[in-house]
Design a protein around this ligand. Sequence first.
Ligand code: FEO
Length: 183
Amino acid sequence: MDTNRLSKKMAAALNAQMTKEAEASQIYLSYASWASNQGYGGTANFLFRHAQEERNHMMKILEYILKRGAEVKVTAIAAPPPNPASMYNCFEKVFSHEVDNTTSVYSLVKLSLEEEDWATWNFMQWFVKEQVEEETLAMELLDKLKISGGEKAGHNELYSLDRDLENAPDSAKSAQDVTADKP
Ligand code: FEO
């Protein structure tokens, strides 16, 4: 008896997303190492923590595929893109990467809708919410850099941003959780 509850197409798409999350983890690892080499310890710490979050996303998908009785395919992953050219460029790259990941999450949601695979549709909603948080976080960091002068941000501004990032939360507050009392 076949106990696989995912279509072939859905299993392939979920495996591809799992690989994408693993690649994201490597991207954050490489940017974190770059930041550390530049002397931005706080930024490096933030990006290293985020690399771990991406690995957790990978595991979340891996476990879901197994839970639905389909096959997990662990494959080689692409090398991260070149190092950022500056702190501003680093967060531009982070933001573009997250937008790209959101596009990929949306196509999985679309496929689950087409297949009327409501279990996967429901599972993917966690990722939809997570992407809003991650894009917001990257946007907020880019905004901070913009008001500090963007590419022209001076040493003092970069120093305080780096210090802030040392203890920055790993995710932005979801819009759903915001109230007038707790903005
Ligand atoms: Fe796994 Fe940054 O999304």
